[in-house]
Design a protein around this ligand. Structure first.
Ligand code: SF4
Ligand code: SF4
Length: 356
């Protein structure tokens, strides 16, 4: 971690802000770092920063967990692979970890490459990868499908729960409760500035792309406050060392080649039009939802858990009655306390009990 120049801290702390401003950080890693570095304590008094839907595990609905559990327990010679954080997320009946304890073949992996390699090695098994995440992880899932085709792997399948960030921002911006977005660094390396420019214009809301160091976040916040005060409704790239204006064209093309947009459910945000990525017909042999005749039906969220409101920035994590009581990182109730990028876990770990 780089030391934060004192001048920047003073600039932010002493900024004169003429009206109450409420912003949202969209990315889960921003949430964690803002809590970890205690940055809320140096915001001007009438500036609020709410956490948004940027944790991929948190916004994956319970129905996805149910599908993973069903695949592992109800189908013979089937191995389900997914990212580690998904294992403890409660589904309607059990977690993937519970299903594994009951004999389901479920493995947690770091990358979809492991699923492809396993499919090559274990030709008698069907290998299903639960693809979650945003524009950052979706290109690797798209690559995996093309790679499976290239290697002629007829036993590799992807269950796509991938989501797109801009449609979620559209919904949040349209509610008119926010004065600006602190936009995600990694997602922006893929999508570039254009999607934010459109949202800014359409909803009269500034968007600033930020890096992940404390210094990056402070600089981005200074810019966001300035733009909100001046009513400059545009997108600004404050993370130029990583984000190109046009994003990663190759990754965008890969996504377009393999996936098409579909309406999809987000935990807490409901169904958002054209916010999901469905495998195109050309690659449907690799679509687990088709191969296993999976119905992606909505299931009820966890009773008492307020992750939905947390993900929309309607409440702070500590406003959930279960926070720190029956819900802790050791005994999590909802996904926002389970995931390493979840808001509830970040507030709990780094002093979120203190109001900003
Ligand atoms: S993938 Fe990167 S940009 Fe997206 S939520 Fe996670 S840390 Fe943020
Ligand atoms: S504290 Fe726990 S129960 Fe409450 S919203 Fe967060 S994850 Fe859900």
């Amino acid at each position: 971690m780089r030391a934060i120049p004192l001048k920047l801290i003073e600039d932010l702390r002493n900024l004169n802000v003429s009206r109450p401003l409420r912003f949202m950080e969209v990315c889960g890693t921003h949430t964690v770092n803002i809590c970890r570095f205690g940055l809320r304590s140096i915001f001007p008094k009438n500036v609020e920063l709410r956490s948004g839907p940027g944790c991929p595990v948190c916004v994956t609905p319970a129905s996805a967990i149910k599908i993973g559990v069903d695949l592992a327990l109800s189908f013979e010679k089937t191995i389900v692979l997914t990212y580690g954080d998904m294992m403890k997320v409660p589904g309607p009946t059990m977690t993937l970890a519970d299903a594994k304890a009951r004999g389901g073949r479920i493995l947690s992996v770091y990358s979809v490459v492991e699923a492809i390699d396993l499919a090559e090695k274990e030709r008698d098994f069907k290998i299903v990868f639960l693809g979650v995440g945003f524009e950052t992880t979706a290109p690797s899932s798209a690559w995996a499908i093309k790679e499976a085709k290239r290697r002629n792997l007829k036993n590799f399948f992807l269950a796509s729960f991938h989501k797109l960030i801009p449609p979620a921002l559209e919904i949040l911006a349209s509610e008119r409760t926010l004065d600006g977005f602190l936009c995600p660094g990694h997602v922006s390396t893929i999508i570039g500035l254009k999607p934010y420019e459109e949202i800014s214009k359409r909803h009269k809301i500034p968007c600033v792309i930020s890096g992940f160091e404390a210094e990056d976040i402070i600089i981005a916040m200074l810019k966001l406050i300035e733009m909100a005060e001046k009513k400059e409704y545009m997108a600004f790239n404050a993370y130029k060392r990583a984000v190109k204006e046009k994003g990663n064209i190759k990754a965008q093309e890969l996504l377009k080649e393999v996936f098409e947009e579909e309406d999809t459910e987000w935990r807490g945000l409901g169904i958002i039009p054209k916010s999901g990525l469905k495998i195109k017909e050309e690659f449907s042999d690799f679509d687990a939802k088709i191969a296993f005749k999976i119905k992606d039906e909505s299931v009820k969220d966890i009773p008492g858990c307020k992750c939905g409101e947390v993900l929309k920035g309607q409440i702070y994590p500590y406003e959930c009655p279960l926070f720190g009581n029956s819900c802790t990182p050791e005994q999590p109730v909802g996904p926002c306390m389970i995931s390493s990028e979840g808001s509830c876990a970040a507030y709990y770990r780094y002093g979120g009990l203190i109001e900003p």
